[in-house]
Design a binder for this molecule. Structure first.
Ligand code: ATP
Length: 201
């Protein structure tokens, strides 16, 4: 079996930046966020089930998921959130597994933002790789990118696992608290390790 490395980290920690370097080096990258977007794009595979469960109000004119409407529907309503996840999560997992199983590279980097929060992923990966940076930096990067205010960003961060909890389950850690230029050598070192791992598995 091709080794699957679960790459995770808090919002804005640098997961996409790290994954892009892994891809450049020749790893296959499977991104669960990208899969979620595909499933909920116009005519996406999850759209019929979502429309049936939540009605036309959560579907845009072109047949995609209306994210803002969906957010409002599940906001502060745990049952609705659970319904949404019951539809979407198994589909995301199935598609991610299909892509991991058919990968052509020596190993796969599976990007799962909420790897800790949703336990089902941990047993599916060979190693957990955490992209880590101080919370203040995380917040600053997300604000710069999204235009969200500090309070909104802090609220998102508060709903995610803590930095300590993530580090506690990490097999490997990328320190992305420094300049972007420091990311590449760390990814290169891990790439060499994962290639060695793949060679003996
Ligand atoms: P999300 O959880 O929101 O998907 P992410 O963990 O994938 O985010 P990135 O999108 O890779 O994080 O990075 C967040 C932002 O911070 C991007 O605009 C990126 O260019 C920038 N960034 C990433 N790493 C660094 C760094 N070391 N120094 C400065 N900026 C960085």
């Amino acid at each position: 079996m091709i080794p699957v490395i679960g790459l995770t980290g808090g919002i804005g920690s640098g997961k996409s930046a790290a994954a892009a370097i892994f891809a450049e080096l020749g790893a296959d990258v499977v991104d669960t966020d990208a899969i979620a977007h595909e499933l909920t794009a116009p005519a996406g595979a999850a759209m019929a089930a979502l429309r049936a469960a939540f009605g036309d109000a959560v579907v845009t004119a072109d047949g995609a998921l209306d994210r803002a409407a969906m957010r409002r529907a599940v906001f502060a309503d745990a049952r609705q959130k659970a319904r949404l996840e019951a539809i979407l999560h198994p589909m995301i997992r199935a598609e991610a597994e299909r892509r991991c199983a058919t990968a052509a590279a020596p190993y796969v980097v599976l990007v799962v933002p909420l790897l800790l929060e949703s336990g089902a992923w941990r047993e599916r990966v060979r190693r957990v790789l955490v992209v880590d940076c101080p919370e203040a930096q995380q917040a600053a990067r997300v604000m710069a990118r999204s235009g969200l205010g500090e309070e909104e960003v802090r609220a998102i961060m508060a709903a995610q696992a803590s930095r300590e909890a993530r580090l506690a389950i990490a097999d490997d850690v990328i320190d992305n608290g420094g300049e972007l230029a420091r990311l590449r050598p760390q990814v290169e070192a891990l790439h060499r390790r994962y290639l060695e791992m793949a060679a003996v598995s």
